[in-house]
Design a binder for this molecule. Structure first.
Ligand SMILES: [Ca+2]
Length: 497
């Protein structure tokens, strides 16, 4: 009997040891973090060294240069993160719909492999999350200052800036609540740098003497892209000097209330103020990332923890004159993605394979050693982390945005990395689909819509065929195409073909 007990203890010990060897996952996630805001992406802001802590993940790991989202807006992106599915499959097409929490999500399965899971911060999914061992989430968008947090035991009130609060609470779970004998996935989801870009007080003036380089498209005239001209998120027309730029709150912004400041001079001034606040919020996230990484190092588990950094989508930092997301144009379609996995990722490397946020959930499961369910539509990125991209890796991406908020038009499209084709539908198209084609290698700013160029007939046909193939591959139901949120009062059904 004693020998049997000893045997059981030994077997359990081996299992525990095997679990301890499994890598932990620290998932760092932002809201509206532009690729261009990350220093490691070598954008026009890189010389300002805006993100030294986040950049460490790139210097020690892989920078993904072609990571994209399936639907560039907050809630749908998060639904895709958890389900590994496009919006039409997980049911969350827009920000104003409810998420079905009962459906399959990766965190409901990762515990099979002994992982404990916790999520902190913004989910933007109405209702309580399911499947996490521990969760403390912002209600809706959450507040920047003194946010409340929903928990399994009710709502709690906190004090401080949201980035600090989310980090504090994540660290508290990590240090005092988790089981140190089990691997973990810890998801830390910041509200920053979402509009209205309110930084912690210690960062408010951090960039007020900096001059931010402007994009060449700040005064885009939208020639050849008529639908883009209706986007009501322009720095010139739509950004409010009081509400967005705090001219009524902060002394150093009072000058924006001067009525003699008009026209292009006002746009230049608003752009600078916008980026000062945006980057002050980014600095707060970066400092938080530094705290989390330092704690892992202090505990000796940094090397056995895969650290990933990403955002629910990219963002326009003045490109095309905007301060928003939604469109399939690169700045919002693309999202940052950095991965540090000590001993696996090659330090300072980059990857230009086409990856998408449908891949994140199957990747988490693959790391844990759990088979991803067939209904997940993404692929595991683990081979890419190892520098071993499969020869049959995808050569194109499917995108679909369904809302009409802020003057946008629903659209879907395909990108092959070098060329991109977009189909717009809905009320503003007058019932006739409108198309745009861009050559990303010669026109990275996407100013020149080539759809009607006779020389591009073959390319248009090629990309349309690929779009149709992707719609079949991802099982996009015809009857859903063109259906947008009811409260947008747009019941148009698209005439797809
Ligand atoms: Ca967002």
């Amino acid at each position: 009997m004693i020998r049997i007990i000893k045997l059981i203890v030994a077997v359990l010990g081996m299992a525990s040891s095997a679990q301890a060897d499994k890598p932990n996952i620290l998932w760092l996630f932002c809201d509206d973090m532009a690729v261009n805001a990350i220093g490691a992406y070598e954008s026009r802001f890189a010389d300002m060294n805006p993100t030294p802590n986040i950049d460490r993940l790139a210097w020690e790991g892989i920078r993904f240069d072609k990571c994209y989202v399936a639907n560039s807006v907050c809630a749908p992106s998060r639904a895709t993160l958890l389900t590994g599915k496009h919006s039409h499959k997980n049911g969350l097409r827009g920000n104003l719909e409810d998420f079905d929490h009962d459906q399959m999500q990766f965190q409901k399965m990762i515990g099979q492999a002994g992982y404990q899971s916790a999520i902190f911060g913004k989910t933007h999914l109405r209702g309580d999350v399911q499947g996490f061992d521990h969760w403390e989430t912002l209600p809706g968008h959450g507040k920047y200052e003194n946010p409340s947090l929903n928990t399994a035991n009710g709502t709690i009130q906190t004090t401080g800036h949201s980035s600090d609060v989310i980090t504090d609470h994540a660290l508290n779970w990590y240090c005092t609540r988790r089981d140190p004998d089990k691997p973990f996935i810890l998801m830390v989801h910041y509200k920053a740098p979402h509009r209205k870009w309110i930084p912690a007080s210690r960062f408010v003036g951090a960039f007020k003497d900096k001059i931010f380089p402007e994009p060449k498209t700040l005064f885009d005239d939208y020639e050849t892209r008529k639908l883009a001209a209706t986007h009501a998120m322009g720095i010139g027309k739509h950004m409010k000097v009081e509400k967005d730029l705090k001219a009524d709150r902060w002394q150093h912004r009072k000058f924006l209330l001067d009525e003699s400041l008009t026209g292009e001079a006002l746009v230049h001034a608003k752009y600078q103020a916008y980026l000062q606040d945006y980057f002050a919020c980014v600095a707060g996230v970066d400092a938080s990332v530094g705290r989390l990484l330092a704690q892992l190092k202090a505990d000796g588990i940094y090397d056995n923890t895969i650290v990933m950094f990403s955002s629910d989508q990219g963002f326009y930092l003045g490109e095309h004159g905007w301060f928003d997301k939604r469109w399939m144009y690169e700045e919002s379609f693309r999202t940052p993605f950095l991965v540090k996995w000590s001993g696996v990722t090659t330090p300072g490397s980059s990857n230009s394979d086409l990856v998408q946020n449908i891949d994140f959930a199957p990747t988490f499961l693959d790391i844990a050693g759990v088979d991803a369910p067939g209904e997940m539509q993404g692929e595991s990125l683990v081979p890419l982390f190892k520098g071993q991209t499969p020869t049959d890796w995808r050569k194109s991406l499917y995108y679909h945005y369904y809302m009409t908020q802020h003057g946008t038009t629903p659209h879907e499209g395909v990108s092959k990395g070098d060329f991109k084709l977009i189909r717009f539908y809905g009320e503003k198209t007058g019932g006739t689909d409108q198309w745009e084609l861009f050559d990303l290698e010669t026109d990275s700013a996407e100013l020149n819509n080539l759809y009607d160029n006779p020389d591009m007939t073959g390319k248009v046909a090629e990309l349309k065929a690929e779009l149709f193939r992707l719609r079949d591959y991802y099982d996009v139901p015809d009857e859903k195409v063109g259906k947008v949120q009811r409260n947008n009062r747009d019941g148009h059904r698209a005439n797809f073909r």
